[in-house]
Design a protein around this ligand. Sequence first.
Ligand code: ADP
Length: 482
Amino acid sequence: MGAFDNPLLRSRCFIDGTWVDSDNGAVLTVTNPATDETLTTVPRAGAAETEAAIEAAAAAFGSWKRTPAKDRGAALARWANLAEQNLEELAKILTAEQGKPLAEARGEVRSTIAYFRWFAEEARRIDGQILQAPSADRQYLAMREPVGVCAAITPWNFPSSMIARKVAPALAAGCTIVLKPANQTPLSALALAALSERAGIPAGVFSVVTGDARTIGQVMCGSVTVRKLSFTGSTQVGRLLMQQCAGTIKKVSLELGGNAPFIVFDDADLQAAVQSALAAKFRNTGQMCTCANRILVQDGVYEAFTEKLLSAVRELNVGNGAEAHVTQGPLIDEHAVGKVEELVTDAVTKGGQLLCGGRKHVLGGRFYEPTVIGDAVPAMRFSREEIFGPVAPLYRFSTEDEAIALANDTEYGLAAYFFSKDLGRVFRVLQALEYGMVGVNTHLIADEAAPFGGVKQSGLGREGAREGINEYLETKFASVQL
Ligand code: ADP
């Protein structure tokens, strides 16, 4: 065990309201990506523990479903209040296991709380319809019911808010849910489980199983009891899970990869565009599925934008996220560093201009220098692949049509951003972009009131907003003869 001390640190799975080890005592080590220190271990659970959690969720479902919506909402609100009271502890756990700066970790925990509160309120607004029947002696009803037992698999880049945006709507809808957090970052999930217990959420309604991803995933996807899987992660794993869910015709929600274009037109407010590009690219050290992956800049402002972006990037402060003033934490692991190195080498080989950064940071370990690459072209690997690191490629374009064609030239369709002050152009481009979410003159696209999700191979379904709870509801139609 490491020296990390935090009142919400938990090292066991939370199954059926009980803290348990894996059946065979096997563990996974959780490390701090900034220091490589061991924080703690968590159980390396497998099939048996996952089945136990699913059975507990099934046993809890009947009474949770019948719990009045306002009481389910009240439970979520208590959970939100506890998270707020423990915001600093949750943020410290998040930074320790994930690496993001404390200020960003606090922001993420605030967003977790916001999802809890939003869906606490939405619980009471679940309604149905009375429809026009074909004759006067019949009544048509469309009722909304919880889907049933759900399963969730979440990634390491937002270890707290990704959980809230699945678990809160599930519970609000009357579903019960079993969560498998990412192995790099299980501690935020377990800390939230500890608070769920204090909030009085009944045993089995929310369980957390840590351990072997493939085995746990197979059990979740193959289970006839589990009626829905919600996954956030890579397109590759999403595809696999969708296939595994086919056997039981499960509902699936998938939030997968992205390859966001960030378009700066000649008529843009350049200062605002630079500030947003910086946030959309470098927040969380570039490890977001909505990250600006390709920055497309029109001829007339290419030089000016580049210069402003470079001076902003040079201000970024790389280091351990737990230290004040740090704005760029480490990458999550060595594999991520290797991938970024490969993409940068590929770009430079193909004529990319290294304008700043381009190598591992002097701090060593998992730190990489914030990097800007000019003269990017479609032949470079990052034109197709998610970078997931602090590298900003700049592409030059001349016409609106060219920008739209470049922007849509990807299998992904999650987030896109563009900057323009021309109203006609704003609507033309907005209509032409094949994306689930578009930031127009802003990078702010994700919060509890916004339907988050992608088209094409970026996924299925939406999280947040009214749509977010609908994903956990099923329609039951009744035709009543009077
Ligand atoms: P990332 O590149 O963000 O790590 P992944 O898709 O690999 O994305 O991981 C997202 C989540 O999916 C994590 O919780 C991870 O443990 C889980 N995961 C990875 N592979 C599998 C798999 N074969 N079956 C089920 N879950 C998986």
